[in-house]
Write a protein that binds this ligand. Structure first.
Ligand code: PMP
Length: 340
């Protein structure tokens, strides 16, 4: 609609208009339930049908086999930084981290509390601008798993293919928060994939974990119940009160993606979809504030880069219309010609 602006935020982020409209139409009363999804018991048949459909639609979208659990959790991807080592490692187990940006670094730092992680490659000295060559990685054969961040949201560095884990259990784990459901992914190559919903698939408050079933059930004794994958798997993500409305919204997004033909369609427009987060700078950095101010007047907001790197950043998740990208590109050209 005319009143909606192009929101390039990295998350919470823009959602498909069709999904927002559908949610609006069902906000007050969901189908024949006589109440809003926000008011339903999470154990009632209506909400159970909502969460089951969200799960089965996500399974269809990503072609997830029955060897994997799909969990709808809380606490953001940040909570998974602790939950993963707590569930998969004993305190003395080693783990390999490839660190291609600050999120991978945060995941590594949190893991040091619960296991013995090693950074086997870091892009830090090159300001996180690279993905290493996989052959050169010195993986520890005794590591419990190899951890990567599939798309570094702040630095805009995305793995286009994935390293083969050489640890004895062959486990690769990826934080896919900021490119989840942006394109097809071969889930069978991973032991665990996790993502906060608030970029590509819904509002904040929902964290999705896709985990191979054989990896569940060996959590350290100190693991809080809320972080124990077995508890959530055994209870179909309904151990305690889940983020019901957020899960409902994710379900609407999954349905919308399927209606558009699935994730193959999402990766078609390569020029605009190849990077979820596009950091950029101006030749004259002193003009950045002016750039952001003018863009905002043109109804393009949230273009300021992450505070740790400065500059600008356009996050282009699935729901950003092509028109938004075209408008930004035109604005950038115009700005350049006026200030160049
Ligand atoms: N990992 C990545 C790649 C992210 O982009 C973010 C959030 N920007 C996080 C982890 C942290 O996620 P949350 O805020 O959901 O804990």
């Amino acid at each position: 609609s005319q009143d909606r602006i192009f929101n390039f935020a990295a998350g919470p982020a823009t959602l498909p208009e069709s999904v927002l409209k559908k949610a609006e139409s069902e906000l007050y009363i969901w189908r024949d339930s006589g109440m809003s999804v926000m008011e339903m018991s999470h154990r009632g048949k209506d909400f159970v049908s909502i969460i089951e459909k969200a799960e089965s639609d996500l399974r269809l979208l990503l072609n997830i086999s029955s060897d994997y659990h799909v969990l709808f959790l809380q606490g953001g991807a940040t909570t998974q930084f602790a939950a993963i080592p707590l569930n998969l490692c004993k305190p003395n187990d080693s783990v390999d981290f490839v660190v291609t940006g600050s999120w991978g670094d945060k995941a590594f730092k949190e893991a040091t509390k619960y296991c013995k992680p090693n950074v086997i490659w870091s892009g830090k000295s090159e300001k996180y601008t690279k993905i290493p060559s996989f052959e050169a990685l010195e993986q520890d054969p005794n590591a419990k798993y190899l951890h990567i961040c599939g798309n570094e949201t702040i630095h805009g560095v995305e793995f286009k293919n994935y390293p083969v884990p050489l640890n004895k259990d062959g486990i690769l784990i990826a934080d896919m928060s900021s490119h989840f459901c942006s394109k097809p992914v071969d889930v069978s190559k991973f032991g665990l994939i996790y993502a906060g919903a608030q970029k590509n698939v819904g509002p904040s408050g929902v964290t999705i974990v896709i985990i191979r079933k054989d990896l569940v059930g060996n959590a350290q004794e100190i693991t809080p119940v809320m972080l124990d994958y077995k508890i959530h798997a055994d209870n179909k993500s309904l151990y305690n009160t889940p983020p019901c409305y957020g899960i409902y919204m994710c379900g609407l997004v999954f349905e919308d993606l399927l209606n558009q033909g699935g994730l193959e369609q999402m990766s078609v427009e390569k020029s605009v979809r190849s990077l979820m987060n596009v950091p950029f700078t101006l030749e004259k950095s002193e003009l950045e504030a002016e750039f952001i101010k003018e863009a905002s007047k043109e109804k393009m907001v949230q273009l300021k880069g992450h505070r740790s790197v400065g500059g600008m950043r356009a996050s282009i998740y699935n729901a950003m219309p092509l028109a938004g990208v075209e408008k930004l590109v035109a604005f950038m050209k115009d700005f350049q010609s006026r200030h160049g």
